[in-house]
Design a protein around this ligand. Sequence first.
Ligand code: 4NP
Length: 156
Amino acid sequence: MINVLFVCLGNICRSPMAEAVFRKLVEEAGLADQIHVDSAGTAEWHVGEPADYRTLTVLRKHGIQYDGIARRIQSADLRRFDYIIAMDGSNMADVTRLDRSGVLNGKLYRLMDFAPPGSPRDVPDPYYDGRFDYVYGLVEAGCRGLLDHIRGRHGL
Ligand code: 4NP
């Protein structure tokens, strides 16, 4: 099993969206029994809550269901997951800080590193400005590139 964890700040907007989109792509590719997908946040504010209604709305618009509950990333996740995919530079720094025993090496990526050239470096936080449709486009582009990367690397 290849384990993929998407990480943002609150685990209610961007990383649940990425988890849901990526899982759908994985299922469409017939790889659901080989790639496990999850998400987590670096902050604890929204732990135990469902995804933001605006994330759920944009997912539903694209025919994607999501019923995950927000959780905070733990240092054990750094060991357990093979790909830890951050939404922005601040998430990258927070995850790096969590790695006290040096298990992260080579496993931390930025989602937009897998998007086509010319894409922004970060998936911006839509919580305050409400740009959920824009964020969906970025997330989808990144997820498509990430799946291509994983398929190529693991011969899937
Ligand atoms: P997320 O968005 O990191 O994409 O889940 C946020 C959600 C909540 C807050 C910030 C960002 N907040 O400040 O509560």
